[in-house]
Design a protein around this ligand. Structure first.
Ligand code: NAD
Length: 486
């Protein structure tokens, strides 16, 4: 794939800007029709596209398939709701003097949105954002990761060449420089990736005075209280920690278990992790539970975190080693603490580090002892306790008695706290409105010859207005009548 320079990217962006007004003029229904034809094409080419996902990531077929389900859900949700989300909003005026006015808020898209994505979900990742932007009426230049540019380039080719949709979506391949060039050209940036890159993009957006939305890294905690359904919690921890070979921003990385159920939980998790079938299986076979990893450098990070933990006293109950073909065996670590990298830095690999805690308070304190705050998971049968504890967890979402699911609920916000992000993805209307600018329109109901505040200032009239402000605005008679407060 070409490594595009800033001139190439500027040319792509100029073409997109030329095509955007016609796209916006189609309205949400017209735009949705193209998106739905794109969905048909994606489904018709599912096997070929997911094979490409597998080839550039080393995922299991099951993990690759999840990417298609994300695409289907996102396209269906936003096309079904776009018209409602983008409708003008009539608003009641505030204050007596404004009673004669009609207020409305209408939205217009940012003309050109830049979408920059990482390598862990070559299809599902960009899909999570591109649909909201397109349905809003924006044009989109998307920069996939240089590690996994194939699937997304093919999907964008499908948009342009196969379904013949308007040329308002383009792909800009290349590495860091290409990403930076995109940030320099667009009117709004939607970025998913590491904290380090996100921060540098936010700085550049501040210089250009354009908005950005950032979905960054995580170190998600799963808390198991003693009254939880331990079998279900263990299954969820394994799924949440190992899915996509642990290369999920919202993957479970740390587990805190109340002492009375700790041994049982650890035993069940270890047994399930040992049973996982790993490897890149044949397309369509669903023969593997998890795949291998996307980049050799990510395998190195996982190996370093495990070695650091072991050097500081942790025990490996299963896994703990590289496997041929760029993989890392699914790993359970115990006797861990917060001095270890595996409890503080994003591992982004198939590891679960499990720690014994005295009670829920200690679990919450440790879960919050992190620079990250993306998502979390909480296990208890006591609904009140779940409600109380969920309000104390410093993370953008909490899945109660499940793991990961909060991320894929399109009607509610998905976004990170602390270093895990800025702004949100999704969240019902917000998933589309974030790509728009609001325009407030105030219309006069009556057409008077003049207004009380217009020139010339007439002392008697101005005094009357000042008195009326007091009379209507004060909350006690002394002030209404113009007496001084004590
Ligand atoms: P990364 O930050 O290295 O790269 C992400 C993208 O940014 C790539 O396309 C890259 O080419 C581009 N880029 C790099 N430098 C740039 C710059 N200066 N200006 C503009 N673009 C630039 O991340 P990665 O290693 O590809 O992905 C892994 C990270 O992504 C992890 O931290 C993971 O947690 C995070 N992630 C977060 C979410 C989420 O929704 N919160 C989802 C998936 C992945």
């Amino acid at each position: 794939m070409p490594d595009l320079g800033s001139d190439d990217i500027a040319a792509i962006c100029a073409d997109l800007r030329r095509a955007q007004p016609e796209w916006e003029a189609l309205g949400p229904r017209g735009r949705s029709a193209h998106l739905l034809r794109w969905l048909d094409w994606l489904l018709d080419n599912e096997r070929r596209l997911l094979t490409l996902v597998q080839q550039e990531t080393g995922k299991s077929w099951a993990d690759a398939s999840l990417e298609m389900s994300v695409a289907v859900d996102v396209i269906n949700y936003f096309t079904a709701n776009a018209e409602r989300f983008l409708a003008d909003r009539k608003v009641k005026p505030a204050g007596v003097a404004n009673a004669v006015r009609k207020l409305r808020v209408q939205v217009r898209p940012h003309q050109l949105v830049g979408l920059i994505t990482p390598w862990n979900g070559p299809l599902g990742g960009p899909m999570m954002d591109v649909v909201g932007a397109l349905v809003a009426g924006a044009a989109v230049v998307s920069k996939p990761s240089e590690v996994t540019p194939l699937t997304w380039s093919e999907v964008v080719r499908g948009w342009r060449d196969e379904i013949g949709a308007p040329p308002v979506l383009a792909v800009a391949t290349g590495g860091r420089e290409a990403g930076a060039a995109v940030v320099d050209e667009v009117d709004m940036v939607m970025f998913t990736g590491s904290v380090r890159t996100g921060r540098s993009i936010a700085v550049r957006c501040a210089e250009r005075l354009i908005p950005c939305s950032l979905e960054l890294g995580g170190k998600d905690a799963l808390i198991v209280l003693a009254d939880a359904d331990i079998e279900r919690a263990a299954k969820a921890a394994v799924w949440g920690g190992m899915t996509n070979s642990g290369q999920a921003c919202v993957g479970v990385e740390r587990v805190y278990v109340e002492a009375p159920v700790y041994d049982e939980f650890v035993a069940r998790v270890t047994e399930k992790v040992k049973a996982l079938r790993q490897g890149m299986d044949a397309p369509g076979s669903f023969a593997s539970d998890i795949g291998v990893m996307v980049t050799p450098s990510q395998v190195d990070i996982v190996a370093e975190h495990v070695a650091d933990a072991v050097a500081k006293g942790a025990r490996v109950l299963t896994g703990g080693e590289r496997i041929p073909g760029n993989g890392f065996a699914p790993t359970v670590l115990v006797d861990v603490d917060h001095s270890m990298r595996c409890m503080r830095e994003e591992t982004f690999g198939p590891t679960l580090a499990i720690m014994r805690v005295a009670d829920g308070d200690e679990a919450v304190r440790l879960a919050n002892d992190s620079e990250y705050g993306l998502s979390s998971s909480l296990w208890t049968r006591d609904r009140r306790k779940a409600d109380r504890i969920s309000r104390r967890i410093e993370a953008g979402s909490v899945s109660i008695n499940n793991a990961l699911v909060a991320t894929f609920q399109l009607p509610i916000p998905m976004g990170g706290w602390k270093n895990s992000g800025l702004g949100t993805r999704f969240g019902g209307p917000q998933g589309v409105l974030k790509y728009c600018r609001q325009q407030s329109v105030v219309e006069e109901r009556l057409s008077l010859k003049s207004e009380p505040l217009w020139y010339p200032v007439v002392p008697a009239r101005s005094r009357l207005i000042a008195r009326a402000v007091r009379l209507l605005g004060a909350h006690d008679w002394r002030r209404r009548l113009g007496r001084r407060g004590r």
